[in-house]
Design a protein around this ligand. Structure first.
Ligand code: SAM
Length: 292
């Protein structure tokens, strides 16, 4: 029986054997705690029927625990130096495939079709590189992939923003972007001590369960997200001011006021107090104005 990769000693021996030096610019903080890995795998509810896409396998500590439970694991790793190391550390798991590619450039739909045909239950599970967390998650959500959900370790501050409720300091356009596509839940807080090297920030595991249908009716998605972004552009300004300054013009003020009145939303409120339903109503009412 092999030892777990995720112990401080074994991780060190793998790194020494391959003379591996961490690249900070690639967000390389490797997990060395089996308990945390077990919690991630359990949160993702990975079974022998599950196909898993992993992003950034590193030296394979999470990949190994996923491979013990999943039907198949396909992992994207950007760092060429890790490819031979992964071939070594994951040699016991023939149902793991590592693709040497920047996940942001990957055609995920095509990879899913090629790698997971006949597997209906798909999850994305990862300890994400923190420098690129938001673009990766938004790519996974907006491409409407046939996945059940996403369970990822990310910077705690970003997890808090993704799962935030209206009226809280963390609530913003990222909360709405994520919650439009998924039900977001911050699962566990993770201390810096479970990584080598230790990151400068605290981490959280967040689960994003994909919605089968959007939670609100939006006539034009792009415009809805423009309204949301504009409403948060200057957090201390009122909704009316933000919309007037960032999406429309001063001359359109009476029409913006008309749309606000029609939806029963007070223009003196701040964006951070509006629920996703209110943003949907507002963007539908403002849409004809956008076409003028
Ligand atoms: N999964 C490993 C673990 O938990 O120990 C490593 C996690 S480490 C936080 C992030 C990994 O993502 C690194 O191996 C890094 O090289 C890789 N990575 C960084 N940017 C990437 C990208 N754009 N596409 C794919 N992998 C990336």
């Amino acid at each position: 029986m092999r030892k777990d990769i995720a112990t401080p000693q074994y991780t060190k021996s793998i790194l020494d054997k391959h003379k591996f030096k961490f690249k900070k610019s690639l967000g390389q903080n490797f997990l060395i705690d089996r308990n945390v890995l077990d919690k991630i795998v359990a949160t993702a509810d990975v079974s022998s029927e599950t196909g898993v896409i992993e992003i950034g396998p590193g030296i394979g500590s999470l990949t190994e625990q996923l491979a013990k439970k999943a039907k198949k694991v396909t992992a994207f790793e950007i760092d060429q130096r890790l490819i031979p190391i992964l071939e070594d550390t994951l040699s016991d798991y023939p149902h793991v495939k590592v693709i040497h590619q920047d996940v942001l450039e990957a055609d995920l739909k095509a990879v899913i079709e090629a790698e997971f045909s006949g597997i209906d239950d798909l999850m994305v599970v990862a300890n994400l590189p923190y420098y690129v967390t938001t673009p990766i998650i938004l790519k996974l959500l907006t491409e409407r992939l046939p996945i059940r959900g996403i369970v990822v370790m990310i910077q705690k501050e970003v997890a808090d923003r993704m799962a935030a409720k209206p009226g809280t300091k963390d609530y913003g356009s990222l909360s709405i972007a994520v919650q439009y596509y998924a039900v977001a839940k911050s699962e566990i807080k993770v201390p810096k001590t479970v990584f080598v090297p230790q990151p400068n920030v605290d981490s959280s595991v967040i689960s994003l369960t994909l919605r089968e249908q959007a939670p609100v009716h939006v006539e034009n998605e792009n415009f809805f997200f423009e309204v949301v972004r504009s409403s948060f552009a200057q957090r201390r300004k009122t909704l009316l001011n933000n919309l007037q300054n960032n999406l429309f013009s001063k001359e359109q003020k009476p029409m913006i006021e008309g749309a606000l009145q029609e939806t029963g939303i007070d223009g003196k409120r701040r964006g951070e107090t509006l629920s996703i339903e209110e943003f949907a109503r507002l963007s539908n009412a403002l849409l004809p104005l956008n076409r003028v």
